[in-house]
Design a protein. Structure first.
Length: 670
């Protein structure tokens, strides 16, 4: 049987899961349509998805149409779940990109389109929700053409729009969908659309182009064949209107998934990191990539694989070439919704599941040990949103490390760390929704936590040069303690230490001890007890005692010298800053910049691209504590952002004063 694997991707709210449900129903894979609102769809089956009413994981659904086995990967719309989105796109042979007939191209649309571009994936564009009030196919088609890179053309037009939607008509043949009629008022629009489609088709075929320009008539059969070839290769992206709620356009979309999109065997050879290639054939040596992992409370760990070449049979020994470990999967499965079905083998083009193998991670390559190959790993962005976790009970404290390891293993875009300076346990994800879902999963694992914005890891520095002496002298029974040094401190990038002692005033063996004492004192500055950075120290002079001097005495002296010098070195407070990049529809530019100005941001530039703009700004980390939710509010969930640490900058005096007062009060009550 022919095999197709297609990822369904789009901005949140475009109806991916509802359309997937309609495809399953129309193909006969399910007998009743489920509803996202009721938590009854095949795709959104986890407790978290039912609770929130949107996709969090990628649903793996299977259907058959016209003798073809189609695996549909229904991806989440929220950018927070980028690991699911990118994994599914990489695992598929083609993409179905949805654009709302009411909202048009949004940031999420641009993002998944760019991912599909990166891997040269053929695409179909479906304009959804065409039964809704204010749905406008022609406006959205123009939006697609102007906003998304590549050649797009309408293959179908809607007959009526909004509540008046009654069917679709094939632009090339003029044939209406079953039960619909093309009104005479559409003739001129249909003629213009056909001319545009024919132009788009012949542009993909040099021979047809030459004949067309010479005035030769090109038959519909030739145009249809050239169209399918162009869609297969990704030279042309067809656009069609659909309504999952009424079923209009769904049969045509099913036909296009089979006839238009390439099969697994048609995508061409894949290349490994070392230049080796594998033909996507069941007869080639086996290779596959793990595109996601999850943990089932009953089955255990699940590794979802896309078989790129060859055949894997249950019990075969294969090599995880990424980890250099051999594994032997005892059981193989295919997934449909939440159901696992055991199969004897998985062949090229199939999406399968391996269970209970701990040594498989997202992005790993597995291959025939006799013919090893390694594919590139999945590229995933760094987290953009962080919260501090506070276990509710001592039992939660004991279990949090193990539970978080499980979540991070399942989703590598989650990071769990301990901030050395503040001592806080930090959970970082792609946005506030991402961390919220992770905390709910923690609770399901029996670990309850509260959250707060993380403490900002402020630092202290100096703005003037100063000199000071540090003398430690203590007499007791037996040997006393004596260490004496004079130092100069000055502002400089990073940390620097050197000795300028001459004449043996301090034996060289004690210089390292002085440095240790200085480093001890640098852990707590004099302003608010924050670590000191960007400090250069020179040991100038000192004295010692033949009997009472020791390493510990000079270490203490070094610490005292730095504390004394700081008093006259104009100490100041520093805060971490990040490079913030915000990507959103251009109509929100003013609102975003206005908000950034309230956050002490320095806008670095703006890059318009179609209807979307990317704004870059340097922003203090302290001003971005709730930015994920705030940006969602500003843009109506149509914006996305990333952050990259840039280092530290001085805190303005009026803000520094407040931070120092709060910090001193905190230390006093500790």
């Amino acid at each position: 049987m022919a095999v197709r694997t297609v990822s369904v991707a789009a901005h949140s709210g475009t109806g991916k899961t509802t359309l997937t449900e309609a495809l399953l129903h129309k193909s006969g894979a399910i007998s009743r349509l489920g509803r996202v609102e009721d938590g009854t769809t095949q795709s959104d089956h986890t407790d978290e998805e039912k609770k929130h009413g949107f996709s969090i994981t990628t649903g793996v659904l299977r259907l058959k149409h016209q003798g073809t086995d189609i695996t549909v990967l229904d991806t989440p719309g929220y950018a927070d779940f980028v690991r699911e989105i990118r994994g599914a796109v990489r695992a598929a042979d083609a993409a179905l990109i949805l654009v709302s007939g009411v909202s048009g191209v949004e940031v999420g649309t641009e993002r998944v389109w760019a991912t599909a571009d990166r891997f040269e994936m053929p695409r179909i564009v479906a304009i959804t929700k065409m039964d809704r009030e204010r749905a406008d196919f022609h406006t959205m088609l123009a939006d697609v053409k102007s906003s998304l890179k590549g050649h797009t053309a309408a293959l179908y037009l809607p007959i009526g729009e909004g509540p008046e939607l009654s069917g679709v008509v094939n632009v090339l043949t003029g044939k209406a969908s079953e039960g619909a009629e093309v009104p005479s008022s559409m003739r001129s629009v249909l003629k213009e659309a056909r001319e545009g489609l024919v132009d788009a088709i012949v542009e993909t075929d040099d021979d047809l182009m030459n004949r067309y320009l010479e005035g030769e008539e090109v038959g519909d059969d030739e145009l249809q064949a050239a169209l399918m070839k162009a869609i297969h290769s990704g030279a042309l992206y067809p656009v069609l209107p659909v309504s999952a709620a009424t079923g209009v356009g769904v049969p045509e979309l099913l036909d296009l998934l089979v006839g238009g999109l390439r099969s697994a065997s048609e995508r061409g050879a894949l290349t490994g990191l070392d230049g080796q290639t594998r033909e996507p054939s069941p007869d080639a040596p086996f290779s596959a990539r793990v595109w996601r992992t999850s943990v089932d409370p009953f089955v255990g760990k699940l590794a979802y694989i896309r078989v790129w070449s060859g055949t894997l049979k249950a019990g075969d020994t294969v090599k995880n070439t990424t980890q250099d470990i051999e594994i032997k999967p005892a059981h193989l499965y295919v997934m449909n919704g939440k159901d696992l079905t055991e199969v004897p083998e998985l062949t090229a083009g199939m999406i399968g599941v391996i269970t209970k193998v701990q040594d498989l991670h997202t992005g790993d390559t597995i291959a025939d040990p006799a013919h090893p190959i390694q594919y590139d790993a999945l590229w995933l962005p760094e987290p953009a949103h962080t919260v501090a976790l506070h276990p509710v009970t001592r039992q939660d404290e004991d279990k949090i490390g193990t539970a978080m390891s499980r979540l991070v293993e399942e989703d590598p875009t989650l990071h769990f760390t301990r901030e050395a300076q503040t001592g806080e346990q930090l959970l970082s994800g792609m946005g506030d929704m991402h961390t919220t879902i992770a905390i709910e999963k923690l609770a399901a694992l029996g670990v309850n936590v509260t959250t707060t914005p993380p403490q900002i890891p402020y630092r202290e520095t100096i703005h003037a040069t100063a000199e000071a002496q540090g003398k430690h002298k203590k007499q007791s029974g037996g040997h006393g303690q004596y260490g004496d040094c004079k130092i100069r401190i000055e502002h400089g990038e990073g940390y620097g230490f050197r000795s300028a002692v001459v004449g043996g005033a301090i034996p060289s063996k004690y210089i390292p001890s002085i440095e240790k004492g200085i480093q001890d004192a640098m852990q707590k500055g004099t302003l608010a007890g924050y670590p000191i950075q960007d400090l250069h120290v020179t040991v100038l002079d000192g004295s010692y005692h033949d009997v009472d001097s020791s390493d510990i005495a000079f270490r203490t002296a070094g610490s005292l010298a730095l504390k004394n010098a700081l008093e006259n070195a104009k100490p100041g407070l520093m805060e971490p800053v990040v490079l913030l990049k915000v990507r959103a529809p251009s109509q929100f530019t003013g609102d975003i910049i206005g908000d950034l100005q309230t956050r002490r941001a320095r806008v670095q530039g703006m890059e318009p691209e179609g209807t979307v703009i990317t704004i870059s700004a340097v922003v203090p980390q302290a001003e971005l504590q709730n930015y994920s939710a705030d940006l969602r509010s500003i843009t109506g969930d149509r914006g996305a952002f990333s952050v990259k640490p840039l280092g530290y900058q001085d805190v303005p005096d009026h803000i520094a004063k407040k931070v120092i007062e709060e910090r001193r009060a905190q230390l006093a009550n500790a």
